[in-house]
Design a protein around this ligand. Structure first.
Ligand code: FAD
Ligand code: NAD
Length: 467
């Protein structure tokens, strides 16, 4: 029987990064993945394919609607080859997952293909179609991730009533896609299909989209997406989803308790994801889960069984690839006797629509709820030369800082390239910068980053230069 210092179950961004860091720190490491490709949700049916389709559909929209503004004329018709777009997405995924094979090989990590399950706290059985193997390990890292959640009355048939996984590989462009849930997945994939010509209706339970982000971002993104033709139905509680041949009928009640029906040819269910532990046989090792199905961990991400750790989507906290990665590194370093730390308040959140939406730290709603005395500085993208040059004038940067110390408490952005810009805010907050610190730093001109400096000036002394 092969023996290891660490066995990682699941090869998503949590698992494969944990395995690399363990190997770097000199541990004999195995990784177990039930699918034939490594990379988990993120690389196969999550971050990477969704961004490939967002980018492709953005190019198409630019060619259809914006090239002419720049004096670029296309003789003849712009044609969409949707099959090619999906094939390109798959090629990007294949290339990226192969990259993980390379990394496992380079770091001398043993890869086992098959479903991993606990025999006890130090023995893992690996079952594939071909064979069943068993390995012995001193430590285990559970990194089994998550699966799409649904509502009790919905049957996801994967043809017309679909989750993000199917939405990334459709064979045709929907005529009318009804999206249940105006969160990250619903808006990113809703925007993809709207750009490709579908009618898109978002039905959201709360009174705003992306409800966990700052409400100014919800408002701005909804305003822009409405202009792009997406229809929004907020404060609607879905009560039934029915398929009638090629039609889907969604029933909901609005805030006045009036019943409303929506008819389309596809329904995307994007109401969140659930932690995934099916088939792991946690009970054989005595590992506890909470009432939400998440593996319970302490601050060291250790479960109630001392040699078993858990990371990523399968535990509490934001379901984000970079959060899972940080946790993978943390556990590896703890196993090596180091004292790493994660500041969960400084894990940024991004929605990759266009304009992009990015956040770090506290929202204005959270500061109010916590009774913190704060100042606000906001700067509109349209006041930037760079934004006007490119034609991407929607959005803003908003900085929230402590009223007495000026320490930056939260930064919330909507606009072109803010997914990349948010890193400036994370860096500043890691070093506990004040708004004035950011305001006094030179920002290259002309860039979108100048909006960060201007918002900081507005937060510091209410003296932005360009509005
Ligand atoms: P996962 O990536 O889910 O990986 C878990 C792996 O474990 C899977 O490969 C699974 O097959 C395997 N596994 C499970 N059980 C077993 C078992 N018993 N034995 C062997 N293997 C097992 N996050 C971002 O930060 N940015 C984004 O842009 C982004 N976009 C997304 C878009 C979509 C459409 C979706 C669905 C998600 C997106 N996410 C994004 C979220 C991100 O994908 C997850 O947060 C991330 O993948 C979690 O990583 P993980 O390692 O915890 O789990
Ligand atoms: P989400 O939590 O972002 O959004 C779910 C939305 O559905 C919320 O707005 C919620 O209010 C709404 N909702 C819940 N129940 C409902 C109901 N009965 N009727 C109508 N609306 C309802 O979840 P998601 O969009 O499914 O994404 C799942 C996870 O994947 C998220 O945690 C997210 O972090 C991750 N993800 C991240 C990215 C990214 O980082 N860019 C992209 C995609 C997914």
């Amino acid at each position: 029987m092969n023996t290891y210092d660490v066995a990682v179950i699941g090869s998503g961004p949590g698992g494969y990064v944990a395995a690399i860091r363990c190997a770097q720190l000199g541990m004999k490491t195995a990784i177990i993945e039930k699918y034939s490709t490594l990379g988990g949700t993120c690389l196969n049916v999550g971050c990477i394919p969704s961004k490939a389709l967002l980018d492709s559909s953005h190019h198409y929209e630019d060619a259809m609607k914006h090239f002419a503004d720049h004096g670029i004329e296309i003789p003849g018709e712009v044609k969409l080859n949707f099959k090619k777009m999906i094939e390109r997405k798959q090629a990007v995924v294949d290339q990226t997952t192969k990259g993980i094979d390379f990394l496992m090989n380079k770091n001398k990590i043993d890869v086992y293909e098959g479903l991993g399950s606990f025999k006890d706290a130090t023995h893992i059985e690996i079952t594939s179609e071909k064979e069943t193997k068993e390995i012995e390990t001193k430590n285990v890292i559970i990194a089994t991730g998550s699966k799409p959640a649904t509502l009790p009355f919905i049957t996801v048939d994967k043809e017309r009533i679909i989750t993000s996984t199917e939405a990334l590989s459709l064979k045709e462009i929907p005529k009318h896609m009804i999206v249940i849930g105006g969160g990250v997945i619903g808006l990113e994939l809703g925007q993809v299909y709207r750009r490709l010509g579908a009618e898109v209706s978002v039905v959201e339970y709360m009174d705003r989209i992306i409800p966990t982000m700052d409400s100014a971002q919800s408002k701005e993104l909804m305003k822009v997406m409405k202009k792009q033709g997406v229809k929004f139905h907020l404060s609607h509680k879905v009560s039934a989803v029915e398929r009638k041949k090629n039609e889907v009928v969604i029933t909901a009640t609005d805030k006045k308790d009036k019943e409303v029906t929506f008819k389309g040819d596809y329904c995307l269910v994007s109401v969140g994801r659930r932690p995934y532990t099916d088939g792991l046989k946690l009970e054989n090792a005595g590992v506890k889960v909470n009432e939400r199905g998440q593996v319970e961990v302490n601050d060291h991400l250790q479960t109630n069984v001392s040699n078993i750790y858990a990371i990523g989507d399968v535990i509490r906290g934001a379901m984000l690839a970079h959060k899972a990665e940080e946790e993978g590194v943390l556990v590896a370093e703890i196993l090596a006797g180091q004292k790493p730390h994660i500041d969960y308040n400084l894990i940024p959140g991004v929605v990759y629509t266009w304009p992009e939406v990015a956040s770090v730290g506290k929202t204005e709603e959270e500061l109010k709820e916590e009774g913190v005395d704060y100042k606000t500085g906001q700067f509109p993208m349209r006041a930037l030369g760079r934004a006007r040059a490119s034609g991407d004038i929607d959005g803003f940067v908003k900085i929230l800082s402590d009223a007495s110390t000026d320490e930056v408490l939260g930064v919330h952005m909507v606009g072109a390239r803010v997914a990349d810009l948010i890193t400036e805010a994370v860096t500043a907050m890691e070093f506990r910068a004040s708004a004035e610190d950011i305001a006094r730093m030179s920002h290259a001109h002309p860039t979108y980053a100048e909006a960060v400096k201007e918002a900081a000036l507005a937060a510091t002394e209410n003296r932005p230069l360009h509005v």
